[in-house]
Design a protein around this ligand. Structure first.
Ligand code: SF4
Length: 394
């Protein structure tokens, strides 16, 4: 840049010029801009809170506006709501709070009972961390959640979003709560066109700028409600939005395009053969998965490894958990995980009551369970689908 010519222009500006008299002095301009921003942010928070007081969703873990909720219920609901819809969570939340009404009750529960009660909600490491976290709160904090964001963040399974949500909603502290809904709303409010995930720090700053000092918990829930019911991903209902007058994306007609996302790579496919062994007395063979990794600690239908390609049927059947006459069940079970799609061919066999398991099936992790008792097992949705497919018609 030619600094000499730039400086020359400044030095040569005429004194007493009308235009220069009307312009704010350089020292005052940033203050005025920042005051305008603060007023705009306060107005957005006020409008949103007024809307929340009128229109908020009534959910089992929420109390009336302005009333600070029970941190245990906030924590439980927030862990359940990760990657899951409100509608799916409600019955699980009610079951959990009925069976384990306090964090201490959950800490003393059997992990198997928690995994079984969690079955169907997905992302099973959350259930294991739930139990671990309850243990830490019971043993290290006397059964009361710590009341700072930093201490909450150190608990098992509690990330920045959940720590901020518990701090704000459960303790009434000022904390910036940013989830996907909030990111979408602030991206649109400020017409931020930076592509995700690079936009995350910018979106966080934008959320922090409008978070009020008081009622931060209600504000966080108001943003969640707005994102879930009005500022929806595909078709935002801007005409019903309480903050539409401040929304830059709405003014520019680009709301539906934000936040901008990079084009996703196609989901890879994995394939497996699952073995549904039905004993003559009506019990089905299940196996517990290793504690770590995907679906860790949950029960499964024994299967081949989940790989890009299926092994030849002959090799796969040699790896079946018991010697039997295995029959393929027509069509396959498809289950979509976040990072891949799984296609499962199901084989089934009727086996005698005294059937011996092959060593490679790891008998110590296996058990036969009566069909009428399967509902009480910690079976993820995928395994329930495989069982339903394999047992159909028998
Ligand atoms: S005006 Fe539309 S795009 Fe903007 S925040 Fe409201 S619903 Fe979202």
């Amino acid at each position: 840049m030619d600094m000499s010519s730039k400086n020359a222009r400044v030095r040569n500006a005429p004194h007493g010029d009308d235009e220069s008299q009307d312009m704010p002095s350089p020292a005052h301009a940033p203050q005025r801009v920042s005051r305008q921003r603060t007023e705009k942010s306060a107005a957005i928070a006020d409008q949103l809170l007024a809307w929340y007081d009128r229109e908020r969703r009534h959910l089992p873990w929420r109390l009336a506006p302005g009333v600070t909720a029970d941190p245990y219920r906030v924590w439980l609901s927030e862990i359940m709501l990760q990657q899951t819809t409100v509608k799916a969570v409600i019955p699980y939340f009610e079951t959990f709070t009925r069976r384990w009404p306090t964090v201490t009750a959950m800490a003393t529960a059997d992990l198997d009972d928690i995994l079984a009660a969690w079955a169907g909600l997905g992302y099973y490491s959350r259930a294991r961390n739930l139990h671990k976290c309850a243990g830490v709160v019971a043993s290290q904090y006397g059964g009361k959640f710590p009341d700072t964001e930093a201490a909450l963040l150190a608990l098992p399974g509690v990330g920045p979003y959940t720590a901020a949500a518990i701090a704000a909603i459960g303790f009434g502290l000022k904390a910036v709560v940013v989830d996907g809904n909030v990111e979408r709303v602030v991206a649109r409010l400020n017409a931020i066109e930076t592509v995700m995930p690079q936009a995350k720090p910018e979106l966080r700053r934008a959320a922090a700028a409008i978070t009020p000092d008081l009622r931060a918990g209600d504000f966080a829930q108001a943003m969640m409600d707005l994102g879930a019911t009005i500022c929806s991903p595909r078709r935002p209902s801007c005409l019903m939005c309480p903050i539409s007058t401040a929304c830059m994306a709405h003014k520019s007609g680009i709301a539906e395009t934000l936040p901008k996302r990079a084009v996703k790579a196609a989901r890879p496919v994995r394939r497996a053969i699952a073995f549904v062994a039905l004993r003559e007395d009506g019990a089905v063979l299940l196996r517990r998965r290793p504690p770590e990794g995907l679906l860790g600690g949950m029960m499964e239908v024994p299967s081949t490894a989940w790989n890009a390609e299926l092994p030849p049927a002959k090799d796969a059947l040699r790896g079946a958990p018991v010697r039997a006459q295995w029959w393929p069940v027509p069509s396959e079970v498809v289950h979509v995980f976040t990072h891949f799609r799984l296609e499962v061919q199901v084989y089934r066999a009727l086996v005698p009551v005294d059937v011996a398991l092959h060593l490679w099936a790891e008998p110590a992790r296996c058990k036969f369970v009566a069909r009428r008792d399967l509902h009480a097992e910690a079976l993820p949705s995928l395994m329930r689908k495989i069982l339903a497919h394999g047992l159909e018609g028998i």
